[in-house]
Every structure is written in structure tokens, then in C-alpha cells.
Design a protein around this ligand. Structure first.
Ligand SMILES: [Zn+2]
Length: 318
């Protein structure tokens, strides 16, 4: 008997000893393995972040309420514009349309017409023009004069209706007085700029739309009629304002001898006026919205249907 025997004896006790010892060992191993596994799982799911993260634990607060995206409604004004969201698909840049109708840039699209009414809003006709546009599913650009707003007690409602029904507003000076705007037939940049600003402000205050801005200007009498316009154009461009004339007309401001006398003649006049323009697939039609332009109103259904039969759809200027 020596150490070896003692060792053997120990060995025997642990490894080949009685059944109780063996069972206990297996149980111990089982508990160890299962315990380790369970511990790992618990650690993984509950403890990892707390125990292993070297960065400080960041407790993010749940926001009380996620701020909602602003909902765009079709009837809302497009920010800093002259038209509502519903009208945006057929609203065209004034500069682009000007370049098309003057032939500076070739137009290759479908036939496109811009109906324009100068000098309103009028007490007698604007509402009725809107009735016709609505009934015929057409739209237009109304070039507004500041003093016409001041003469019209319902101007705010009328201008809001123009916008709400998918048409747009252009600017046509405050006074429309040629001698003020064009002394010696030469455009006065500062006077024109000031009159545009004044009219812009009048539209904002009467409609209650502080975010309204029209970038569209039509020179009273037409850009083509005056000297010094390059300087005026440059100043207006700094304010993001673009001018536009026309390349078609219904003849309602022609001298009496040439002026059409009824609705059919007015519609025919529009088509006939196209012989003076090289660009015929995109047209800007000059008409007037003034107290004494009853025939323009009366002829509007015929003008719209005539152009539609020729294949034109209707856009607005922005
Ligand atoms: Zn005018």
C-alpha cells in the first residue's frame, strides 16, 4: 500500500466508486451546463446592455407625441405663390412661357393656352367670368390693378374665389396710369417696382393671405410698347418678378372699327389673331375684366370651346 494505492482508492471513490457518487457528478455537471446556458440567455436578453456597455446608459425619453407632418390640402395656397396646390399641376413659370411665346425657346408640348384677364377685379364681371370658367372646367390668370381692388368692396372675397377655383393672380400695377409708370414713354423702374409692391400688399391684406406672392407682372399697355424696360425688367427680376405680354387676343380693347361685335365674332377673333404669331401651339390670350367688358364675359364660353376644339388645354401663369 503506498501513495499509489491511496490515489487508486481515491480514484476509485470518484470515478469508479459507488453509484451515488457517479450520479451526483453527472447531476453536478448537468446543473453546471444548464446553469451556464441559462445564465448566458438571461445575460443576453436582460443584462448585456447594462453590463457590457462602456458608454453610459442612455435613457431615451419617449416623446409625448410625434409631431405630425403638415397636411397639404388642395385648397391651400402654395407658399409664396399666386395659386393653390390643386392648381399646381397646370401652373407654368411665367419666364418659361414668355420664352416660348417669343420663340426664344422652342415649345414642343401639347397645345397649351393661357387665358388672361387684365384690369380687374371688376364688380360687374369677375364673379361671372369665374362662373363660366367653372362651368367649362377652364382656368385663367387675372392681372390685378391695385385701384380696382380699392374700388371693389368685395375684392377680398373675389380674389379668394379666383384662387380657390384654381385660377391665379398676376400684377398689373397699382395706378395703371401711363404717365406715372412711363414718363416720356420710358419705364420708371422705381415707380413700377413700388406700384407692384403696393398691389401685392393689397392682395395680401384683402385676401388675408400673408404668404401670397405673385411673381407675374404684365406691363399696362404691354412690355412691347415702352422704352427703358430692360432696366425695369432687371430690377423686377431681383424681386423674382417676371413679365409677360400675349401672342393672341379676343379683340376687346381694339379700336371700335376692328372690335368684334358679338360672341361668335369674338371667338373667331382669337383664332384669327394667331396669324400674327409664329408660335401657335402655346398661346397667351389677352382679354379684359373691366366694368364695361360685358361682351368679353358673354363670349367666354365660345372662346373656351373654340380653343378646346382646336386641341388646347388651359394653364395658369405662376
Ligand atoms: Zn391693363
Amino acid at each position: 500500500m503506498g501513495r499509489k494505492n491511496i490515489f487508486s482508492s481515491n480514484q476509485n471513490r470518484y470515478f469508479s466508486g459507488g453509484g451515488r457518487g457517479k450520479k451526483a457528478l453527472v447531476l453536478l455537471l448537468l446543473v453546471l451546463v444548464l446553469g451556464t446556458a441559462l445564465g448566458a440567455v438571461i445575460f443576453k436578453f436582460f443584462g448585456e446592455r447594462n453590463f457590457t456597455s462602456k458608454t453610459p446608459i442612455v435613457v431615451t425619453e419617449t416623446p409625448a407625441e410625434t409631431p405630425e407632418e403638415p397636411v397639404v390640402k388642395p385648397e391651400d395656397l402654395v407658399e409664396d405663390s399666386n395659386h393653390i396646390f390643386a392648381a399646381a399641376p397646370y401652373a407654368y413659370s411665367t419666364k418659361t412661357v414668355r420664352e416660348w411665346i417669343t420663340g426664344q425657346v422652342p415649345y414642343t408640348g401639347e397645345k397649351l393656352a393661357f387665358l388672361t384677364f387684365d384690369d380687374g377685379p371688376s364688380v360687374a364681371n369677375t364673379g361671372k367670368l369665374l362662373d363660366v370658367l367653372k362651368a367649362h372646367n377652364a382656368r385663367a390668370t387675372f392681372f390685378i390693378i391695385g385701384t380696382s381692388i380699392e374700388k371693389n368692396a368685395n375684392a377680398g372675397d373675389t380674389l379668394n374665389r379666383i384662387l380657390a377655383e384654381g385660377s391665379s393672380l398676376g400684377l398689373h400695377s397699382y395706378s395703371h396710369v401711363y404717365d406715372k409708370l412711363y414718363p416720356q414713354k420710358t419705364g420708371d423702374p422705381l415707380v413700377i417696382q413700388e406700384e407692384i409692391q403696393k398691389t401685392q400688399d393689397l392682395i395680401r391684406s384683402t385676401t388675408g393671405k400673408a404668404n401670397f406672392t405673385s411673381h407675374v407682372f404684365r406691363y399696362p399697355g404691354g412690355h412691347m410698347s415702352w422704352k427703358g424696360t430692360a432696366e425695369v425688367d432687371a430690377l423686377l427680376a431681383e424681386d423674382g418678378i417676371e413679365h409677360i405680354d400675349w401672342n393672341a387676343m379676343n379683340g376687346d380693347s381694339e379700336p371700335t372699327v376692328r372690335r368684334p361685335k358679338d360672341a361668335a365674332a369674338t371667338a373667331a377673333f382669337v383664332l384669327d389673331s394667331l396669324k400674327y404669331t409664329k408660335v401657335k401651339d402655346v398661346i397667351v390670350v389677352l382679354m379684359h375684366d373691366a366694368e364695361n367688358k360685358g361682351l368679353t364675359l358673354e363670349a367666354l364660353p365660345a372662346v373656351i370651346e373654340t380653343l378646346r376644339n382646336e386641341g388646347y388645354t388651359f394653364g395658369i401663369l405662376k
